[in-house]
Design a protein around this ligand. Structure first.
Ligand code: FAD
Length: 449
């Protein structure tokens, strides 16, 4: 009998399979479709810390940026540094001082993932770096960088690394039920592409089905409330911008990325509530118009004919409060406490902290199996080589973390207090003439373009 049966072959399940295999557990993964082709492929393809969470949830930025640094060290050529320009116009809700304060506040987190310091850019520099951008009212810009990732490649590389160590995967196999013995979960019933069913027994089942974790949990009579948020992108098969852009969108307060990748361009994402099944996630015509309209504000001739679109549902954990304050934290659920011993679910999180999510789930699995093997996914590259060492970064106190998790309003105040202090420092620097403005040549040197 296998130690682990993993349900779901997106980045979360693939990360769990590799971690388990590296600890010597025998593991098998079920994927009903194509590995990585669901939410993971529909993402914006960024390994990032989450600059926008700095507005209300600094600790998630901290954890995500820290684990993003591990991914940078281990995923090698699947990642590419992506310089991003955030142009600022007269009349925008966020002026240059606010934008620079936010980007500067991101810098301690950037260091965890080998990000570079930001630059403040003149309007002339933005025009030179982004030919065709509307010059009317352009006041300048601020740059920062994230990592573009081949998301499906990252899934494939995690699965391949696990398979090399003896793990197995079944593609086109859907878990349609869970096997129970004396109340315990002891495996799953899987249906293959030809409709054939098999009972797959395992000591533990890990539910890593992303936005489908609730339907899988329901097979054990449990429910995991989610607040799914749909996101769509336009994908062009031609290069349309030379650098990444973060643009204030048509509706105040929202932003869209324009991202150059492998000769193509990605525009998005949207962020809308999704109340149906994850199987029904589609990009609506209005969403696509919204994305196109948001970019057309800046580029008069931005093409209306995109090659394809993507849509996915962010698997955000159920929580109260406004959409603006939704935490992207992940949680490992031990369903043993709810009468379904043997079932573990991984919910929430981002692609950028998938390794940490997998570690926590496999730590729990090892504790249940009585296996004393530490996680080593950050120490080896996906090719199995020794990963380069990283500096040690201080961690936030678990007490503060737990407190802020329970009080979203205080969590927001905590974040805003940090930003307020940052804005005060920025103002003092501006008054003392300490703000430097970079030109296009410095930008290119800085990001190695
Ligand atoms: C629009 C959008 C943009 C995003 N951008 C980013 C970003 O830039 N950076 C970032 O870090 N995160 C981003 N995210 C979040 C990130 O994409 C997700 O957190 C992550 O991809 C979730 O991976 P997953 O493996 O949990 O889910 P999925 O990738 O959806 O994988 C779950 C898998 O489970 C399979 N499955 C479901 N039920 C069963 C079953 N019964 N039997 C067998 N298999 C089953 C599905 O077929 C699917 O392949 C974005 C999300 C969205 C929607």
């Amino acid at each position: 009998m296998r130690d682990l049966l993993v349900i779901g072959g997106g980045i979360t399940g693939a990360g769990v399979l590799r971690d388990a295999a590296l600890r010597g557990l025998s593991a098998e993964l079920l994927e009903k479709g194509v590995p990585g082709a669901a939410t993971t492929a529909a993402s914006t393809h960024l390994i990032h810390g989450g600059i926008r969470y700095l507005l209300y949830d600094r600790l998630t930025t901290h954890a995500t940026a820290w684990d993003a640094g591990n991914i940078v060290k281990t995923a090698g050529n699947l990642l590419k540094r992506l310089p991003i320009v955030w142009p600022v116009y007269k009349g925008h809700t966020h002026g240059l001082a606010t934008v620079e304060t936010l980007v500067a506040a991101y810098e301690p987190f950037q260091r965890m993932k080998e990000g570079l310091r930001h630059l403040r850019l003149s309007a002339q520099a933005v025009r030179e770096l982004v030919p065709g951008i509307d010059p009317d009212g352009l006041q300048g810009g601020v740059s920062f960088d994230e990592w573009w990732v081949d998301a499906e490649g990252l899934v494939a590389a995690n699965l391949a690394a696990a398979e090399k160590l003896g793990a197995a995967k079944r593609v086109g196999w859907r878990a349609v039920g869970l096997l129970r013995e004396d109340g315990k979960v002891v495996g799953a019933v899987a249906e293959g592409p030809d409709g054939r069913r098999e009972e797959l027994r395992a000591k533990l089942v890990v539910n890593a089905a992303g936005p489908w974790i609730d339907p899988v949990a329901r097979m054990a009579g449990l429910t995991i409330p989610l607040r799914l948020r749909k996101g769509a992108h336009l994908v062009y098969d031609k290069p349309l911008v030379p650098v990444g852009l973060l643009l204030a969108a048509l509706d105040a307060g929202r932003f869209v990325f324009v991202i150059p990748f492998d000769g193509g361009t990605l525009v998005g994402p949207t962020d809308l509530p999704h109340n149906g099944s994850p199987d029904e996630v589609r990009a609506d015509p209005e969403e696509l118009e919204y994305l196109h309209g948001s970019v057309k504000r800046y580029f008069k001739d931005f093409p209306r004919t995109w090659t394809r679109t993507t849509a996915g549902a962010r698997p955000i954990l159920g929580q109260g409060g406004s959409e603006k304050l939704l935490s992207r934290e992940y949680q490992v659920f031990d369903h043993g406490t709810e009468g379904a011993e043997g079932l573990i679910t991984l919910g929430g999180g981002k692609m950028s902290d998938f390794r940490l999510m997998a570690k926590d789930a496999v730590d729990l699995a090892c504790a249940k199996l009585g296996v004393d093997m530490p996680c080593i996914t950050e120490a080896l590259t996906l090719d199995g080589e020794q990963a380069a060492p990283r500096p040690v970064f201080p961690r936030p106190s678990p007490m503060l973390k737990n407190f802020l998790r329970r009080h979203p309003r205080v969590r927001e105040l905590h974040a805003l207090a940090h930003l307020g202090a940052g804005l005060a420092c920025h103002t003092l620097r501006a008054l003392s003439g300490g703000l430097k403005v970079a030109d296009a040549a410095e930008f290119r040197r800085h990001y190695g373009l």
